[in-house]
Each structure stands twice: as C-alpha cells, then as structure tokens.
Design a protein around this ligand. Structure first.
Ligand code: AMP
Length: 118
C-alpha cells in the first residue's frame, strides 16, 4: 500500500485540513511555502495521467474549498501536480500541491534544459 493510501486509512497520521467522502487535504510534511497543502483522492490513482474528467471536476471544487478554508483564496495561490520522473513525482498517488501564504517565486525551471526535450 502506498504512503498516501496509508494516510487515507489512518495508518500514518496527517495534519488534516479538510475531508469528504472522496478527497483529503492535509499539510505537507516538508512545506515549500508558508501554506503547503496536499490534496489527494481517497481512491488510489497513480498520477494525473490516469484521472478522469468527472473526478477532476469534483477535485477542482474541493481544492477551491481548501483555499477558502485556509484563507488563501483572495491573496492567491498555486496548484501543482507533478507527473512521472521528469515532473519530479516522488509519491505515486495523485496529489495536488496547494501553495500560498506568500508571493511565490517562479524559479523551478532554472535547472531544466529547454533544448533537450523535443
Ligand atoms: P511529489 O514530489 O510531487 O511526489 O510530492 C510528494 C510530497 O509529499 C512532498 O512535498 C513531501 O514533502 C510530501 N510528503 C511525504 N511524506 C509525507 C507525509 N507523511 N505527510 C505529508 N506529506 C508528505
């Protein structure tokens, strides 16, 4: 069972922000911003590559609710999902990073090689 499935099953503790029947939001253990929340589906889906549109519709509304819950909806925030090796996905259970609480920089691409991909 993957790490995030264990969090869903309460085998591993998490600092939960918001939860419903299908989704769970909790604080990232290694925050990259003053607010750094992970949003996951409770069912195991490997990554964004495998999720369907109907789940994404509900996930979108849940993420919007999370942003209101932690009061970053007006100040602004960033939603990221990493996919596969090049995307830097470490945990193979679909998750969205919700980052906010400060003016975020846009520096994650400084180590990429724009020539190398096409
Ligand atoms: P990614 O690199 O997109 O797969 O992101 C995985 C994220 O999970 C990282 O930001 C980690 O800090 C976070 N993480 C790993 N273990 C835990 C945990 N037990 N509770 C909360 N967040 C975690």
């Amino acid at each position: 069972m993957c790490l995030f499935c264990k969090i869903v099953n309460k085998e591993i503790p998490a600092n939960v922000i918001l939860e419903n029947d299908e989704f769970l939001a909790f604080h990232d253990i290694n925050p990259k911003a003053p607010v750094h929340i992970l949003v996951i589906p409770k069912v195991h889906i490997d990554s964004f590559n495998e999720v369907d549109g109907s789940m994404m519709q509900k996930m979108t509304e849940f993420i919007q609710d999370v942003s209101k819950e932690v009061h970053i909806n007006k100040s602004g925030y960033r939603v990221i999902t990493n996919i596969g090796d090049n995307g830097g996905q470490e945990i193979k259970h679909l998750h969205f990073h919700v980052l906010g609480g400060a003016k975020l920089k846009w520096e994650h691409f400084s180590d990429s090689d724009p020539q190398g991909h096409f």
